[in-house]
Design a binder for this molecule. Structure first.
Ligand code: CP
Ligand code: NVA
Length: 307
């Protein structure tokens, strides 16, 4: 991996993504045999989390310990980045204490500024705009389940949000068709879609729909995420109404391939974007997907922090 940071999938080449997947596979195999390479012995990850997290926070922290290092969890109350002090001062000072920084915050621009001034690697652990660690985990999981991502049709049902944007970017980089069904007003913007087209060497790989059934037609993978992301709580009622038909349920499954796999980044809102029957049912791979966050993030830490 050539880049210093992981801020956006847009910064990665196809070979960077494949390298992350190869290292993930190796680390996962070793871990399942009871061995974790101590390649980050003595290294410390600073974890700035200004929003809730279970999977991302725990998997980064566990990864550091399993690789021989350690992690420090910093909430907004602890450092109050951008308010108690300028982001660039936080970046410069933290770089003198820790060997890498993972940050979950609101603005993508905060993460970019932190990375610009930090001399250590910065990892985007989710912003309002992007969730690159999730997209890497998702495509790794698809490759693991299907043995390939070539000719796999993915349908994302829901909001054109951070998860959808990073998924679109990784599909563009890997040459995968992604069909996204969103209610009017909640789609990926034309500007974003045209940028992903440039990432895909001019190929039209991102297809937008307003009808979930059209998007899900013969899909190998059905994917969804919450209707209301962190920070959008004030819009909850309006969104519930707009998204009520954008649900992965047993009826939608019938339009996809018989052996369709169902994915969700979690946390899930059962009865909203996904039914109990589907998430607990035989098509669901959501818990394997969640487990893979550990292995993918461990690979990212190994590749970025050991330099
Ligand atoms: N999928 C995901 O990022 O989960 P958390 O918000 O719990 O980290
Ligand atoms: N779109 C969701 C993803 C959570 C992992 C959010 O931003 O809240």
């Amino acid at each position: 991996m050539k880049c210093k940071d992981l801020i956006s999938i847009a910064d990665l080449s196809q070979s960077d993504i494949e390298e992350i997947f190869n290292v993930t596979r190796e680390l996962k195999e070793w871990h399942n045999k009871g061995y974790d390479e101590k390649c980050l012995n003595g290294k410390i990850l600073g974890m700035i989390f200004e929003k809730s997290s279970m999977r991302t926070r725990v998997s980064f922290e566990v990864s550091m310990v399993q690789l021989g290092g350690n992690a420090i969890y910093l909430t907004q109350n602890d450092i109050n980045l951008g308010k108690r002090e300028a982001v660039k001062d936080g970046a410069r000072v933290l770089s003198r204490y820790v060997n890498g920084i993972a940050i979950r915050t609101f603005g993508q621009d905060t993460i970019q500024e932190l990375a610009r001034y930090a001399t250590v690697p910065v990892i985007n652990a989710l912003s309002d705009y992007l969730h690159p660690c999730q997209a890497l985990t998702d495509l790794y999981t698809i490759k693991e389940k299907f043995g390939t991502y070539t000719n796999i049709k993915i349908a994302f049902i829901g909001d054109g949000n951070n998860v959808a944007r990073s998924l679109a970017q990784i599909c563009a980089k890997l040459g995968i068709h992604l069909h996204i069904a969103s209610p009017k007003g909640y789609e990926l913007t034309p500007d974003f879609v045209s940028k992903t087209k440039q990432m895909a060497d001019g190929n039209d790989l991102i297809h937008l729909y307003q009808d979930p059934k059209e998007a899900a037609e013969k899909a190998n993978v059905l994917y969804t995420d919450t209707w209301v992301s962190m920070g959008q709580e004030a819009e909850e009622e309006v969104r519930r109404q707009a998204f009520k038909d954008f649900q992965i349920n047993s009826d939608l499954l019938k339009t996809a391939k018989d052996d369709v796999k169902v994915m969700h980044c979690l946390p899930a809102h059962r009865g909203e974007e996904i039914t109990d029957e589907v998430i607990d049912g035989p098509h669901s791979i959501v818990y394997d997907q969640a487990e893979n966050k550990l292995h993918v993030e461990k690979a990212l830490l190994k590749l970025l922090l050991r330099k």
